[in-house]
Write a protein that binds this ligand. Structure first.
Ligand code: GPU
Length: 820
């Protein structure tokens, strides 16, 4: 692994001594008795010692310069393993590799001991992690604020093909070596209670919240190490604890268990990450998590602001707060409450600040994902916040009345409060009304936000709605995960590209170069072998690396259409067995996906793919042409070995429903060709790589809308297309569930009698055709090589460094601070 100039002072002997010291004093092992995990922990702690020093120094220098920062508020940060990545950013990969070798250890093996901190569900949480990496790499002052969940996203295993969820104690018993607790940053957070009116010293009548209980927020910092610089930014995660260890009075009364009860309840707030992706569950404890997160984070932002000697009036000049989806929206009324009730600002003065501090990113158009909280729930838990939300809405309705006099229909539509059986607070509406910038996450998505989701808001607040196309960090998603390709790229275009991904375009001129093609394909082959070995070791399935590795890795969701992929596999199975002239290049279909525990159809799809895999992987009639692998427990560290091994990237959502996608970017960067719909960032990937280097199929957004309007009739497709019919009907047999017909029929049922809500059947024929084209083009290895090289060369736009610069230039207006 090649590294850039090291950015930290490094003394090998001192480092080894530090590792051995931590092994003994922190983890109570001797070099003789230590296992691999203890060594990993000790190495992690020795490195964290270096990064924590830099974190404090960065905090100090930024505070001294008193410059504008962004605060990224997110309920999820799916950071993945830190050790390998931080070593690359610190420029210490080779040095530490050599140091641990002298201790008789192998760095690659040690890195495998780290559990992924799975503090997110999928794309939204992973984006937040890439953004923190890019902020630090480019030294734009930032703090990430999240929650210190005791349990991250569940780990997944399969029993008889069914998903089983196991709690994810990501910190282990010893704690995570990279985290450092910051007791001096603790916060107290109120909950429940009532609002009272009182008269202040000046004789003015005021409102204030009297909470019924409080909980404590404990800050844990994880280091976000800047690539090739000296900046280390905090990812600050709040843990909820009870204020006192236990109730002493009751303890002394002898009620020992009852006395600790309060403590158990407070601990529940940050006990576990809600496992829903693109879906709002509306649970009370979730609202409590959101408020706890926001209250601690806003208080910490204000603490920093005042510690640097600033006045409250200058808050919007110095701080921007980015809301990652609506999950942290309650931060808005929380800041208003503090400005009005604690700093005694009038409404207009408070609003002038607050409405210039917050900005909001929308990540979905799916109605079931748009958060709404019942008024009664908010009023109960956060009575003062509910008052403030009503006041924001009241003033907003006045604005709407001015713009569209007498138009009650528009008022009903735009109102933050949704009337009905029980009144609901629409968090997205609250965000659009109360922020200075709203953005979608890909060009198409942002257009749809303007056109379909918030058209009137766009008229009312011209210029507020933006686009910032998502991106991914090239450090983790090329340099770290694909060392073979990294070396090849370095040789051709130098070593600056991990910080300047546009430079990859310099590879385009080698796309036709036979020697380069051979080496590029050899790297791909090695990566396929690395993954095939993993599958052999962990799943006992043998894979042929000459086959096309066709990859769909993402959360399991109907709109992402893993079942369309499955139907295509069934069609190949059917043709191999029934069409004597049918031939295909060997194909391995690779899936990885978690389903939300309560999402029945998603779990049915996992079960069906697993059952089909069992059969086709062991059916001699198929001549080894068809393999299906469902890799359990999808997570960042698995993506790091699947992505470099992929030939084909499945991005097949119903047009208009995938806001952006980011896996599509990682896969193209690593040389997989996309088969995809005109959805999300696929549209922009096509623009960059050219129509001949991507396989686009399916209905366009407006065709989808039209078909839904006119009434989509799945049976029309079923009767007209015999291949589709044969594929669907296989789900009703016991072909894959011997002796148990009907075990897979829920999917068929949903597609035929359930109305096929995601238009799987409408896109099937075109999808099959696109796959036939892939098959033909893969057989011509020179053509394939050119296309895959051009994919790597032409996706430089999708670096999260560029996304962050877009935010900085158009929304946050930050200046970089170079830490000395
Ligand atoms: N996304 Br809302 C999630 O991963 N989870 C969510 O709850 C919501 C959105 C994703 C989008 O589905 C995906 O298209 C996008 O690339 C990603 O957020 C980051 O913007």
């Amino acid at each position: 692994m090649t590294t850039r100039g090291q950015t930290q002072q490094f003394d090998k002997a001192l480092f080894k001594a530090s590792v051995e010291k931590h092994l003994v004093t922190t983890y109570a092992k001797t070099p003789e008795t230590a296992d691999s995990r203890s060594w990993y922990l000790a190495v992690g702690k020795a490195l964290a010692e270096i990064s924590t020093g830099s974190l404090l120094e960065t905090e100090k220098q930024i505070a001294e310069q008193n410059v504008r920062s962004v605060n990224y508020l997110s309920l999820e940060f799916l950071i993945g393993r830190l050790t390998g990545n931080n070593l690359i950013s610190m420029g210490l990969y080779e040095e530490v590799s050599a140091a641990v070798e002298e201790l008789g250890l192998n760095l690659t093996d040690l890195l495998e001991e780290e559990r992924d901190p799975a503090l997110g569900n999928g794309g939204l949480g992973r984006l937040a992690a890439c953004f923190m990496d890019s902020l630090a790499a480019q030294e734009y002052p930032a703090v990430g604020y999240g929650l210190h969940y005791e349990y991250g996203l569940f780990s997944q295993s399969f029993e008889g093909g069914h998903q089983v969820e196991v709690p994810d104690a990501w910190r282990g018993i010893e704690g995570y070596p990279w985290e450092v607790v910051r007791p001096e940053l603790g916060q107290t957070v109120g909950l429940f209670g009532s609002v009272e009116t009182y008269t202040d010293k000046a004789g003015t009548s005021c409102r204030r919240w009297v909470p019924a209980m409080t909980v404590e927020g404990v800050a844990w910092d994880l280091p976000i190490v800047g690539y090739d610089n000296k900046s280390v930014y905090p990812l600050r995660l709040w843990e909820c604890r009870s204020p006192a260890p236990f109730n002493l009075a009751r303890f002394n009364d002898g009620d020992y268990v009852g006395a600790q009860y309060g403590q158990l309840e407070a601990g529940n707030v940050t006990k576990v990450l809600y496992p829903n992706d693109n879906h709002d569950q509306g649970k009370t404890l979730r609202l409590m998590q959101q408020y706890f997160h926001c209250a601690c984070s806003v208080a910490d932002i204000l603490r920093r602001h005042f510690a640097a000697g600033n006045k409250i009036e200058d808050l919007a000049k110095l701080e921007s707060i980015q809301l990652n989806d609506t999950h942290p929206t309650i931060a808005i009324p929380e800041l208003m409450r503090i400005l009005i009730d604690e700093h005694k600002l009038g409404w207009d003065a408070a609003w002038a600040i607050s409405s210039k501090v917050f900005a909001y990113t929308n990540h979905t158009l799916l109605p079931e994902a748009l958060e709404r909280w019942s008024e009664s729930l908010i009023a109960d838990m956060l009575p003062r916040h509910m008052e403030i939300i009503f006041e924001i809405n009241h003033r907003f309705m006045t604005l709407v009345e001015e713009k569209w006099p007498g138009n009650n229909e528009i008022k009903r539509k735009l109102s933050i409060i949704e009337e009905g059986q029980q009144r609901m607070v629409r968090m997205a509406n609250l965000c659009v009304v109360s922020t200075y910038a709203v953005n979608g996450v890909a060009a198409l998505h942002s257009e749809l936000v303007k056109r379909d989701l918030f058209p009137e808001f766009n008229e009312l607040f011209p210029g507020r709605l933006h686009n910032v196309t998502n991106g991914v960090t090239p450090r983790r998603w090329l340099k770290f995960c694909n060392p073979g390709l990294t070396e090849l790229v370095n040789e051709k275009i130098g070593t600056e590209w991990p910080a300047k991904l546009e430079q990859l375009s310099g590879l385009a001129k080698f796309a036709e170069d036979k020697k380069f093609q051979k080496r590029y394909l050899a790297v791909k082959k090695d990566n396929k072998q690395r993954f095939a070995d993993w599958v052999q070791d962990n799943m006992g399935i043998e894979l042929d690396t000459n086959a096309i590795f066709d990859v769909q890795i993402k959360r399991l969701h109907e709109y992402k259409r893993q079942h369309l992929n499955l139907l295509h596999i069934l069609s190949l199975y059917h043709r191999l067995l029934n069409e004597p002239t049918f031939d295909m290049h060997p194909r391995v279909f690779i899936f990885a996906a978690k389903a939300a525990p309560g999402y029945a159809l998603a779990k049915d799809i996992i079960f069906a793919i697993n059952k089909v895999a069992d059969k086709v992987n062991n059916d001699p009639r198929l001549g080894g042409k068809l393999k299906v692998v469902f890799v359990p427990d999808y997570r960042v560290s698995l993506a790091e070995i699947i992505i470099p091994a992929a030939d084909v990237s499945e991005q097949i959502s119903t047009a208009g429903l995938e806001a952006s996608g980011t896996g599509n970017m990682k896969l193209a960067l690593n040389g997989a060709l996309t088969i995809g719909t005109m959805d999300g960032a696929n549209v922009e990937i096509r623009e960059e790589v050219g129509d001949e280097n991507i396989f686009i199929f399916g209905l366009l957004v407006d065709e989808v809308l039209k078909q839904k309007e006119e009434g989509h009739d799945p049976y029309r497709y079923y009767h007209a297309d015999s291949l589709l019919r044969a594929s669907l009907d296989l789900l009703n047999t016991d072909e894959f569930t011997p002796g148990n017909p009907g075990q897979l029929s829920a999917i068929r049922q949903n597609l035929l009698d359930g109305g096929d809500p995601y238009l799987v059947l409408a896109d099937f024929a075109d999808y099959v055709k696109a796959h036939e084209k892939i098959d033909a083009e893969y057989r011509d290895q020179a053509t394939w090589a050119r296309k895959t090289i051009l994919n790597t060369a032409l996706v430089g736009k999708f670096s999260s460094d560029r996304s962050i610069r877009d935010y900085v230039n158009n929304i946050w207006k930050l200046k970089a601070v170079s830490v000395k």
